[in-house]
Design a protein around this ligand. Sequence first.
Ligand code: CMP
Length: 311
Amino acid sequence: MTDDSNEVDLPLKAIARRGAISSTTSFESTDGMFNIEKDSRLVKLFNKAVENNLLFTHLDENERIQVFSVMSCRSYSSDEIIIDQNNEHEYFYIIEEGEVDVYADDQLIASFGECSSFGELALIQNASRFMTIKAKTNVKLWTLLGETYRKILMDITMNKRKVYDEFLIRVPILQTLNEVERFIVADSLESVQYEDGDIVVKQGELGDDFFLIVEGNCIVYQKACEYSEGVEIDTLGPGDYFGEIALLCNRARVATLVAQGVLRCVKINRERFERVLGPIREILQRNIPRYNSIISLEQLHIIIDNKKKDC
Ligand code: CMP
């Protein structure tokens, strides 16, 4: 095995000092690697390699970049053993170049090529290996030490809780939540930013996200029917929420929201919304008829009443 850490574009120490990727902690893996900036080509490759991996799908782009930043580059020659099924499992791997073969008790069971990943059990715990992985060709891999991944995740979670708790505690709709419930909400938030004029949600379209406004404003437009002009009916600002109707009532968006200037929000998807906002579901539901809506409120009421079955 060759340690190809000098294949990265910048000197390690310089980057470690400079803190190329923002993170509150500088992580050092057991092989002495610090945060190493990855260029956009590598970030794209890593994202593709982990796109269906549950250990990465809950991370947003910035968080994934924090994890990618501590990955080290290794090269193996053809036929070299990368993982031996008789030893403990410490690393997760992404293949940048070449192919590897997977054996279970000397039986070839699969091959992986460029842009694939393997060894994810090591990210959860030091796992025994069930398979031997051998380089089929010369390969260039990126490795992530399981322990480092777990430290970063812990740091991301603690940081997110701290930052978001200061915000969530001031959001009026969340006033009834206790600290633990707020932490659970904080863990589920994904931050999103819109530029002036961006359409955040569009009336008539299906939607799967609930939003809280962190900074900036958005204007609410509504059309009475499909062919009429949109009318400005409201402006929302920091601490306000939107997008609950589509989720609570399982229907298309009832209004269009457009960013006025830069708009920063946090959002929760449908699945997490069900899980973490249960304690305020009733309050959200009760508030719907209070909207100054030009769609007949009766229509919404009917939906809400009917939805007592499914709303
Ligand atoms: P939803 O229908 O999911 O998407 C559009 C959102 O606009 C809607 O949920 C509400 O959260 C929000 N909204 C804000 N003001 C109004 C309003 N006056 N009438 C209806 N919806 C509104």
